[in-house]
Structures are given as C-alpha cells and as structure tokens.
Design a binder for this molecule. Structure first.
Ligand SMILES: [Zn+2]
Ligand SMILES: [Zn+2]
Length: 347
C-alpha cells in the first residue's frame, strides 16, 4: 500500500488545498523523509502571489526544510531511518556541463525543490538521498531550517573572500542580512556596519556582532559609512535589499579595490549605472547563486558549534493544515517577521 501524505498544494495564486497524496515507492538512491518544519521565505511569497512565469499548478512549496528519515533506499549510505536531516533544495541534473564541473548550483536544468519539484509542505517527501544532509540530534528542527539560508549566505561570502580586518557594510537586516552580519563578524571583519530602517532588526544585528547600526536608508548611509571607515570607504558591501538605487550607493561607498555582492535578487533596471567606477576604483561585482552542496555541511557545523546563532529568526509557527493562514500573515506583515515556520508534525 502506498504511503499517503497530507500535502498543502497551491492550486492557483493565493489558493491552497490540503490533500492526501501518495508517496512513490522508495527508489534505491532515494529517501522518504517525515517532514518536521518548513520555513517560509520571500521566494515562497513570490510563488504564492504567482510571480513566477512558468509555474505548473498544483505547486507544493517548501524549500527550507528539516525532517527525519522515514526510510532510506538500499544505495543510501550516509543517512538511515531515524536520522534528523536538512534538505539541500537546489535540484541539479547531474549531466550538464556545469554539473560535470561540480558547479551544481549553476546547473543548466536546475530546479528548486518546492517550486519546479514538489517541496516540503507535506507530511512526507520522496527525494534523492544526496539532497538530505544529516543534522546533529540536539538541534531544534524548526530553528534548523535557517541553515539552508545560512548556506546561501556562506556561499556568497566565500566568493567575496570576506576576511579579518575587512570593513563590511550589510544593507538590509532581514534574515539574510542578519546572517551576513554574523558571518562577516565571525570572519573577523571590522567594522561590520549594519544598515536598516527597522529598529528591532538593528538591535538584533548588534546582538549578532555588528559594530555599528545605521538607522537610515541605504542612500543616506553613505556619509556615515565614510565617517566610520575614516573616509576610506568599505572593502565589502553586501546588498540584501536589492534594487537600482542601492546598487549605485553601494558602489559609491566602496574603497578602491572593493568588492560588491548584489545578494538580493532584483530585476529592476539601473538607469544611472555606468561602468566607469568599476574601471576607476577597480570594483568587483561578485554574483552568487543559491548554494553549492559542499556549503551544507560547514553551515551545519557553524550552527552546531555555536558559532552562528539561529535563534530568534522564527516569528511564528503554523500547522500544515493552516498553511493558508501562515501565508496571509506573511504577506500582510512581511517586514514584521523574519521567518514563519509550518510544522508538518501538527496536522
Ligand atoms: Zn528561501
Ligand atoms: Zn546540470
């Protein structure tokens, strides 16, 4: 008898239907996971509102997901039934030129678990074992969902080469901004300057290692950044707010030789952008996409060793059957919460 899994399926924009779905028979290289928690992020909000062009309904969202292995196929050796795990949601094809070069996050046929592939807003999922990364037993599975986001942040900072002594500006202090602030401080960057218009997020940034908190818009932070860096400018600017206006000011606040991460995804055109500052100040703009499979284990270690604090990111928890309420709350107050968690263990 096929296993049935209660699943919150998005059948149209802003419309959920909670249904029972059959889980496929266990494939030899797959695992069936009993989902514990799924964090909802801005990507999910975009899917919920129907902002992705090629969505095929029903969509089962959920890509920041933890759970426990229910059963493991015979070829899966790194986890076994009963092990807590977190999912790497970046699904890669394994045969394109990028995958052949071990650059799975840039796979030509990539999909996101929870968008192109059915995700974790369900009781059970059937997924290739390689996407399940073991977690230490003492981590709370709702908080641990943040490790997926941490892995994307770590991926970006590794590409930027953030190191001790760098002056780092982090624009925006949502979940990704706060994690960037913490990770830069952990690397020994000094000063780490957090920029946000939201007081409680700045308070959190200071607790998480920022040396300065600027309660101004990105555009207005330029003079303070210059003052705090002795008029030299910053070595690194990480823009988690995104958009055309922040790009221009981010380039302006960099010192010669500086590095910029346009971390937030934006489709906005930047009408005033010219390449001149890239030439004159020899600025590097360093893109980063999602996470690489090898970012997962070190990110889990950072949390389990207490080097990165993931407490305080989850502002509310909803049972799977109330997924629609969770999304309504998130859409109505997306600046007031960092992450909402949907708990698949509570019906
Ligand atoms: Zn996400
Ligand atoms: Zn590929």
């Amino acid at each position: 008898m096929a296993l049935l899994s209660k699943t919150a399926a998005l059948t149209a924009p802003r419309t959920f239907s909670v249904i029972d779905r059959a889980i496929p028979a266990l494939a030899p290289d797959h695992v069936v996971l009993r989902i514990a928690a799924t964090a909802v992020c801005h990507t999910d909000l975009g899917i919920y509102k129907g902002q992705y062009a090629n969505l095929k309904y029903p969509v089962v969202m959920g890509h920041e997901s933890t759970g426990v292995v229910e059963s493991a196929g015979e070829k899966v050796t790194h986890v076994k039934a009963g092990d807590p795990v977190i999912i790497n949601p970046i699904i890669s094809c394994g045969h394109c030129d990028m995958c052949q070069r071990e650059m799975q996050n840039l796979c030509r046929n990539a999909g996101l678990f929870g968008r192109e592939v059915d995700g974790s807003l369900a009781e059970l999922v059937h997924v290739a074992g390689k996407y399940a990364h073991p977690l230490p037993a003492d981590l709370a599975l709702d908080d641990a969902t943040i490790i997926e986001t941490l892995a994307t942040v770590k991926h970006a900072q590794d590409r930027l080469g953030v190191k001790a002594g760098d002056s780092v500006v982090v624009i925006g202090q949502g979940t990704t901004g706060l994690l960037h602030t913490q990770l830069a401080a952990l690397a020994g960057a000094n000063p780490v300057i957090a920029v946000s218009r939201t007081k409680w997020k700045l308070d959190m940034a200071m607790r998480m290692g920022a040396h300065h908190a600027l309660d101004v818009s990105a555009e207005k932070s330029l003079s303070e950044v210059m003052r705090l860096t002795g008029n030299q400018g910053a070595d690194v600017v990480i823009d988690t707010a995104g958009g055309a206006a922040t790009l221009a000011v981010a380039i302006e606040m960099l010192k010669p030789g500086g590095r910029l991460s346009p971390y937030a995804v934006s489709h906005e055109c930047c009408a005033t952008f010219t390449t001149f500052p890239l030439y004159y100040k020899e600025i590097s703009i360093i893109g980063s996409r999602a996470l690489h499979p090898t970012d997962m284990a070190p990110s889990i270690d950072l949390v389990s060793q207490g080097k990165i604090d993931i407490k305080g990111f989850v502002s509310g928890t909803f049972p799977l059957s109330k997924t629609d309420q969770a999304f309504k709350e998130y859409e109505g107050n997306s600046n007031g919460v960092l992450r909402l968690v949907i708990d698949s263990r509570e019906g």
